[in-house]
Design a protein around this ligand. Structure first.
Ligand code: ADP
Length: 314
């Protein structure tokens, strides 16, 4: 039987910029809840390209890991709409927790638990040659048992057509590394590690760390906070398409360990060390996802909160 006929679509759960999400279940088993995400494929893409998108997304179906949202099936419906049948995760996302300080209280052990789950997800993706490309708190969904699941692989988005005009919410450049802002043609898993670092900073500060209003502004904010990239600290950077050599008076030095500690010290010296290594400008010197998992912060006190005991949305 065709995949599209195996699922019963239920009520609408929500709507994002690129998709409408419905509750659903297997016709053969009403207890098997899923989320069906209907993505509108941009009309400019011909059938062949849509098929390529589906082939690539199907590759993601193979990625099975406790910290990655399960993609149970993919099918197209009328008007070339791409339907992703996803694990049902109705407990919100990390952004909801970060943005609700009145009702949601969390501490260092909780940050460590969430960061560990995110880091394991990213390591698993990279081990399988998949880059996520769009890691941010809103894409970290929470399961019933507290497990954090990396969702919304950017891939589907690149084929999508926004339903509404893009809002600041959508053009989220705040988690993007300099190599992407400079339009590097070759990039690696280091782009995801940068994003993980910015999520780490946001969990600590309880607000997004570098909120650029334009791509240029984002570049400036990164330079102010992480130092200005130069050939001497990032060999090859001056050859990237969007790189503009700074005026000597506009050069920010790479901040000292003490400067990082002053801003993010609540996670302790080891936590700050990990954060700094994730936010190294030169992607070839940035810590890898594997390096992240091997860092001593995880085993230093306090130990991460057990997932069942993590704070939940109000
Ligand atoms: P956004 O990224 O703006 O949240 P999405 O298209 O990813 O947009 O999702 C829209 C809404 O659908 C979400 O805010 C959420 O309420 C719901 N949703 C998305 N994915 C799931 C899921 N796997 N399980 C349950 N609800 C979901």
């Amino acid at each position: 039987e065709e995949t599209r006929n195996r699922y019963e679509k239920g009520k609408k759960l929500g709507e994002g910029t690129y998709a409408v999400v419905f509750k659903g279940h297997l016709k053969s088993d009403p207890a098997s809840l899923v989320a069906i995400k209907k993505i509108k494929i941009n009309a400019n893409y011909k059938d062949g390209l849509a098929m390529d998108a589906i082939r690539e997304i199907k590759f993601l179906q193979e990625l099975s890991h406790p910290n990655i949202i399960a993609l149970h099936a993919v099918f197209t419906s009328k008007n070339l709409q791409l339907n992703l049948v996803l694990e049902f995760l109705p407990r919100g996302d990390l952004e909801m927790l970060i943005r609700d300080p009145k009702n949601v209280h969390y501490g260092l052990a909780d940050i460590k638990a969430w960061m560990a789950m995110l880091s394991r997800a990213v390591y698993f993706c990279h081990q399988n040659f998949v880059l996520h490309r769009d890691i941010k708190p809103n894409n970290l969904l929470i399961a019933e048992d507290g497990e954090v699941k990396l969702a919304d692989f950017g891939l589907a988005r690149s084929f999508a057509d926004p339903y509404e005009k893009m809002t600041h919410e959508v053009i989220t450049r705040w988690y993007r590394p300099l190599e992407l802002l400079y339009k590097a043609r070759h990039y690696s898993g280091a782009i995801d590690v940068w994003s993980v670092g910015t999520v780490f900073a946001e969990l600590i500060l309880r607000q997004p760390w570098l909120m650029g209003t334009t791509d240029i502004d984002q570049i400036h904010k990164i330079c102010e906070n992480c130092g200005t990239p130069l050939e001497e600290n990032w060999p090859g950077v001056s050859k990237l398409e969007n790189y503009v050599p700074p005026a000597p008076s506009a050069i920010h030095p790479i901040p000292s360990k003490a400067a990082w500690l002053a801003k993010f010290g609540t996670v302790g010296p080891q936590g700050v060390d990990l954060l700094r290594q994730m936010l190294v400008l030169d992607p070839s010197k940035r810590i890898t996802a594997r390096g992240v998992l091997e860092h001593e912060w995880w085993t230093s006190d306090p130990r991460p909160t057990k997932k069942e005991q993590l704070p939940k949305k109000g």
